[in-house]
Design a binder for this molecule. Structure first.
Ligand SMILES: [Zn+2]
Ligand SMILES: [Zn+2]
Length: 405
């Protein structure tokens, strides 16, 4: 018996070797595919009339490895790039797109929940270290009182990072540390808040948790994208997002999922899912009224066990084109087609060179400096450091001297 199995195995093995030899003799049976099913960041030029949207955060306020909180990157064929919301965890997804930080300089914040702007400091400060030498421009809504507005929030964010900013002065090029904040009226209806280079971005009021939130509508080259940030279904969205090419709207987990997965009580679950947010069946209703070319649902944990229920509830009220978004989903939008793929990312990301020109060397005279107490603790190891300076100067033709303090 043993021998028979052994012989059968040997015969099979011999056949495999023969087949492999045949294939090897002819070369690979397939050629490299030219039309890829996935998107590898920074490997595809946009056509002049094309828009690419990348989901860089589709989750909830609770941090998790699989999904960052709200963030969508919009890239246009004219070279412009816009960030809509920048929720906690999303800065690393933005970096995965391998775009020089100078191009990631325009952020539109729909409202001031941490899951919609919690990673702003990461982009702001990380961008400086990541070679952004231009100011970071941020647009966001006012509040019903000044202290509930975007300006107040970001002025205080700058204060929180006083030590951080001070520590970099004189050590690196800090031109990118400037924050340019444009606060606009949250009650504006279809008001233009940005108009440059053929791109118009408008805001409409959103209804979510407290006065202040807005949704955005971007128009360029005959294409139109609407981004809800967070909102309860409302008349402004139904009117102004009608017929858009890409309608990105929150679609929160329904009450039952919040009760089972998140241990919410039924009262809290009902309120959060259907009153503070838009549940899947409400989302479907909204989409069936505005009829976009593609409806994009986000703001839920998109898992093997939640997605079937979520989709079924959307389908109770909507039967049009639908993407149930998760992080790294990508839409290429033209007038003729909307192609949906997933991005395949490289985790070993380094910042790209500054796109706006060379970085300035540090001007050490502008450093705030140490107290004598801390300086007295330094161990300079001059014999080691001198060699490092000599090697770098020799390789790059510079003449930097080891500082004495
Ligand atoms: Zn919110
Ligand atoms: Zn949210």
């Amino acid at each position: 018996m043993k021998l028979k199995i052994g012989l059968t195995f040997l015969a099979g093995f011999a056949t495999c070797v023969a087949l492999l030899a045949l294939v090897a003799a002819k070369g690979s049976p397939t050629k490299a595919m030219t039309d890829r099913d996935v998107y590898y960041p920074a490997t595809e030029d946009l056509k002049p009339d094309e828009m690419r949207v990348v989901a860089c955060g589709t989750g909830m306020p609770n941090a998790r490895p699989k999904q960052a909180a709200a963030c969508f990157l919009v890239e246009l064929g004219n070279g412009d790039k816009f960030i809509f919301d920048i929720g906690s965890g999303s800065a690393e997804r933005l970096s995965a797109m391998k775009i020089p930080y100078d191009y990631l300089d325009k952020v539109f914040i729909g409202h001031l929940h941490s899951d919609h702007f919690g990673a702003l400091a990461d982009l702001w400060i990380g961008g400086v270290i990541g070679n952004r030498i231009k100011p970071l421009r941020v647009w966001g809504p006012s509040g019903h009182k000044p202290e509930f507005g975007t300006k107040y929030a970001l002025e205080h964010m700058e204060k929180v990072f006083t030590w951080d900013s001070g520590s970099r002065q004189g050590n690196v090029d800090i031109r990118g540390q400037v924050l340019e904040v444009t606060e606009f009226d949250y009650k504006g209806i279809n008001q233009v808040i940005y108009q440059e280079n053929g791109v118009t971005i408008r805001s409409i009021p959103a209804i979510h948790a407290l006065d202040g939130p807005v949704s955005f509508i971007l128009e360029w080259n005959g294409l139109k994208l609407a981004f809800s940030s967070d909102t309860f279904p409302n008349k402004w969205w139904l009117k102004y997002a009608k017929g858009v090419d890409l309608a990105i709207h929150e679609c929160f987990a329904p009450p039952k999922i919040l009760i089972v997965k998140q241990k919410f009580g039924p009262g809290t679950a009902l309120n959060v899912s259907t009153q503070v947010h838009t549940s899947p069946a409400q989302f479907g209703k909204v989409m069936s009224i505005i009829k976009p070319r593609m409806a994009v649902a986000y703001h839920f944990f998109n898992d093997f066990d939640t997605l079937p229920d979520m989709t079924e509830q959307v389908r109770q009220t909507y039967d049009g084109p639908l993407s149930m978004a998760t992080d790294y989903m990508v839409w290429n939008v033209t007038k003729d087609d909307i192609r949906v793929r997933m991005a395949v990312i490289d985790e070993d990301i380094w910042p790209q060179p500054a796109a706006s020109g060379p970085k300035l060397p540090p001007d050490r005279s502008t450093r705030i400096g140490f107290t004598d107490f801390i300086l007295s603790g330094r161990e300079p190891f001059l014999e080691v450091v001198q060699q490092i300076y000599d090697d770098i100067n020799a390789e790059y033709g510079t003449d930097y001297e080891v500082p004495t303090n």
